[in-house]
Design a protein around this ligand. Sequence first.
Ligand SMILES: [Zn+2]
Length: 276
Amino acid sequence: MVLDGAGDTSLLLVKDDVPPVLEENAEGASPFLLTSDHYGRALPRALGDLGLPESEMERHIAWDVGIAGVAHALSKHLGAHLIAQRYSRLVIDCNRPPDAPGSIPRISEATVIPGNEGLTRDAADARRQQIFDPYHRRIREVIDRRLRDNIPTVLVSLHSFTPVYAGIARPWHVGTLYQRDTRLPPLLLKGLRASGDLVVGDNEPYAVSEETDYTIPVHGEARGLMNTGIEIRQDLIADAAGEMQWADRLANIFGAIETELRARRLFVPSPLVGEG
Ligand SMILES: [Zn+2]
């Protein structure tokens, strides 16, 4: 067994480390509950730089480039509760089951992550217990409260994707990301396509599955909530102007979706209560 610095992480997060969970508009009245699994690229001090140069930590392998700015502005425009996670997906991927390969990646795209080599079980558990668990516990608590209080709740999981992956260019500007919900994703696709100027991916460049995803299956599907993921291409939100433009665009589309859901009485306050 390899015991090195990365193995001694019973106290992974200490006083000077930021808390993993970031929230905005917790009292927001919007039915949309926004999550951002790959919001940040912070590293716990105990892990140093994971053996990577800063240039790698700025790339998509470390976080969802541009999504933080979109998430803040969209949360503000909609008055929607945002729950986001500040640590890099290279520490632990908050949208992957913790027992799945790639939860703590040893290689991402073509980059070897030295700080993730030879991790002990305890070191991996510490990352889960101190970063992954608090984030998902908070999302669960918020959904529990909203269901208890009969607050309409629609889960929207915000992501961004790299324009070129492993040498292959991706044509889509934006994509929806879903598995079982047949209500929300078609409305979002319709709204995005109505813009007329976008190449819209329907479950592209990714689709949701239990093996590769966590937030939508666990907090959306298993709770009976309408849900979708949204993937924005990173070169479109590479600066503040792009982030604001996409936040405006999405706020308009989600505003129209809310109106339509209310008109069609599709908000089900709780699986136990039935349609209002
Ligand atoms: Zn992501």
